[in-house]
Design a protein around this ligand. Structure first.
Ligand SMILES: *Cc1c(COP(=O)(O)O)cnc(C)c1O
Ligand code: SF4
Length: 344
């Protein structure tokens, strides 16, 4: 059963989502230009030029569904700050690099990253439904990886040959930018590897373009013998509107284990009240807060950094008021580490 939800663009034009491929249309009509983003959000012209300059190396990409949740006229909106390129991105900061978490040394086959015991990550695509300015893979050389599911043969062969692997994580980019027929094929191939038990998807799609949660997606995600897990990426309670809640309900009803990871971001969610509200909202949608990540030191993102002491204080404040299951683990990733490292 599909619900019919009216998506409002920021300029007030109503759009109704119907038809299985509406999410692809949403990708196509996403905002890709700083001038347009500023226009629909009624921001002063002074934001346009820096947005264009900072977007030269990593383009601006904002779905209208997400922009519609931002406050018009507020340049400090916590959702906008995640996606609006600003001049600070061009300032070099020491300790910030193109590969902050050591992804490149962990590439075992084209598209296959193996860092931790028992689980591997497949970089299914470089495409995303949003460009997060703090993205730790904003400089990742996706062009060197497989182009399409057909080129994952060597990665799948390596998985078959290593029976310590119990979990395959589809990542990217955002794996849900691929069409369901391709993803179904990939999920089927993974399910044929006897020692793999779990299929995990790392995605921002249910938040960015909630109509992406199609019956076809639910079919391949829950249609094999593998236990389905989805880790969404929400940073602020206001990201979760009624349409997002509906998409999460469909995933939970289908039996998908739902987890959330956030990044601690200056000016977005670096206060206890914001993260408490986010946890409350997630739990109401049957999503458990999983990780709160310390910012990865990727070039161009230094202005998002929050000191670890601040993060620890926030976690303590969360523990005082929330049930234990609603407090995420506060972690950092160090290149070469055997797992994410728990800070608090
Ligand atoms: C983060 C990450 C994982 C998943 O780690 P969990 O602690 O199981 O969530 C797996 N592989 C790579 C390469 C990662 O970066
Ligand atoms: S959706 Fe994920 S991979 Fe894509 S830009 Fe955002 S953080 Fe990076």
């Amino acid at each position: 059963m599909r619900s019919s939800i009216a998506y409002l663009t920021p300029d007030g034009a109503g759009r109704t989502s119907r038809g299985e491929n509406d999410w692809q249309a949403a990708m196509k009509r996403a905002i890709r230009d700083g001038g347009e983003l500023c226009r629909v959000l009624e921001l002063p012209d002074e934001y346009v030029e820096p947005a264009r300059a900072a977007a030269e190396s990593f383009g601006l990409f904002v779905p209208r569904e997400f922009a519609a949740r931002m406050e018009v006229g507020n340049p400090h909106d916590p959702l906008l700050r995640q996606v609006l390129p600003i001049g600070e991105e061009l300032v070099e900061a020491s300790g910030y690099s193109n590969d902050p978490v050591g992804d490149l040394p962990a590439v075992r086959r084209p598209g296959l990253l193996h860092k931790y015991h028992g689980r591997v990550l497949l970089i299914v695509t470089g495409a995303c439904p949003v460009h997060c300015r703090y993205c730790f893979r904003r400089h990742f050389p996706y062009r060197d990886g497989p182009r399409g599911i057909a080129e994952f043969g060597p990665a799948l062969a390596a998985l078959s040959a290593d029976d310590s692997i119990e979990e395959v994580i589809l990542s990217g980019g955002d794996p849900l930018t691929m069409v369901d027929s391709q993803l179904a094929e990939l999920a089927g191939a993974i399910a044929e590897i006897p020692h793999v038990r779990r299929l995990r998807v790392h995605t921002r799609m249910p938040i960015m373009i909630p109509q992406r949660v199609t019956p076809e997606l639910l079919a391949w995600l829950t249609g094999t013998r593998l236990s389905p897990v989805m880790v969404i990426h929400g940073n602020h309670a206001r990201e979760i509107d009624a349409a997002v809640e509906d998409s999460l309900r469909r995933l939970a009803d289908a039996g998908v284990i739902l987890l959330n990871q956030s990044v601690l971001l200056a000016g977005v969610n670096d206060d206890a009240a914001s993260l408490i509200e986010l946890s409350q909202r997630l739990i109401a949608c049957r999503v458990l807060p999983y990780y709160l990540h310390q910012l990865d030191r990727v070039a161009g993102a230094a202005h998002f950094d929050v000191p670890e002491a601040t993060g620890q204080d926030i976690i303590e404040a969360m523990r005082r008021v929330l049930p234990g299951y609603a407090v995420p683990r506060y972690v950092r990733e160090t290149a070469g580490g055997a797992s994410k490292q728990v800070i608090a």
